[in-house]
Write a protein that binds this ligand. Structure first.
Ligand SMILES: [Zn+2]
Length: 251
């Protein structure tokens, strides 16, 4: 169990490393599959030995080997976060296929989280393929009733669509509508609504904390897609116990 967990951690870190490449190359319009990794400052090719997740960053002390410019801490942060999420999914279990499904879901949610945090956009290149995976995997594995998957997507996207229509696109964007659909398809109706609720609570808490510390004002734009992604991961992993605990408070 210890060795397999370690193996999952290393695999997760490697996936995280790939997700970083996807994030930067998607934003810069480059191909995700082709081309060796280059330093983002000096454009020099990075040696294979300097591409080991987390380890290379630490050995290089966060600087490019040739030009010594600072390497974004996003690299090790995403690698470690992905590795941890992969391990959590693995230890929670639920059967090999469910673990595999959760790894796919978590990978897309990390992409959406980081991309929105960095660029303030929830992009279709991530949400649409993720939706397709969510529908296929959930219906195929039968982890929840088909109606719940479909109703989840419809209700959660509808929730954002209404806000979009009422505000003529000033409160939320089209990306939020697709993100709502994705959450519903991934989690089903009931759990999807819980994830939505968590995202709003989290958004409020972080927003108030930032305003209190003077780092934000009422007008500061919020990467709400990142909060939605966090809510989705939380419910994906501990939705059932969380709902039981919450209901237990009132019964
Ligand atoms: Zn460099």
């Amino acid at each position: 169990m210890v060795w397999s967990t370690l193996l999952v951690f290393v695999a997760g870190a490697c996936v995280g490393s790939f997700l970083n490449v996807v994030i930067f190359r998607t934003n810069e319009g480059g191909s995700v599959a082709r081309g060796r990794s280059r330093c983002r400052a000096c454009k020099g090719l990075i040696g294979v030995g300097d591409l080991v997740p987390v380890v290379s960053y630490l050995l290089l002390r966060g600087r490019c080997r040739s030009c010594k410019s600072v390497i974004s801490w996003q690299y090790p942060a995403v690698e470690i976060a992905t590795a941890v999420l992969f391990v959590v999914a693995y230890r929670l279990g639920g059967g090999e296929l469910v673990v595999l499904r959760n790894w796919v879901f978590v990978s897309y949610l990390v992409l959406i989280f980081v991309y929105d945090l960095r660029y303030m956009l929830i992009i279709d290149q991530f949400t649409i393929p993720a939706m397709i995976f969510a529908i296929i995997l959930n219906l195929w594995l039968g982890v929840m009733p088909a109606w719940s998957v479909l109703a989840g997507g419809a209700v959660l996207s509808g929730f954002f669509w209404i806000q979009f229509a009422l505000s003529k696109g000033t409160w939320v964007g089209g990306g939020d509508i697709r993100m709502g659909a994705l959450m519903g398809f991934m989690l089903g109706l009931q759990h999807g609504l819980v994830a939505l609720f968590i995202a709003y609570v989290l958004g409020a808490v972080v927003g108030l904390a930032m305003m209190a510390s003077g780092k934000a004002t009422r007008k500061t734009a919020v990467p709400f897609g990142s909060f939605l992604a966090v809510g989705t991961v939380v419910v994906l992993f501990v939705g059932r116990p969380l709902i039981d605990w919450y209901l237990g408070l009132f019964l």
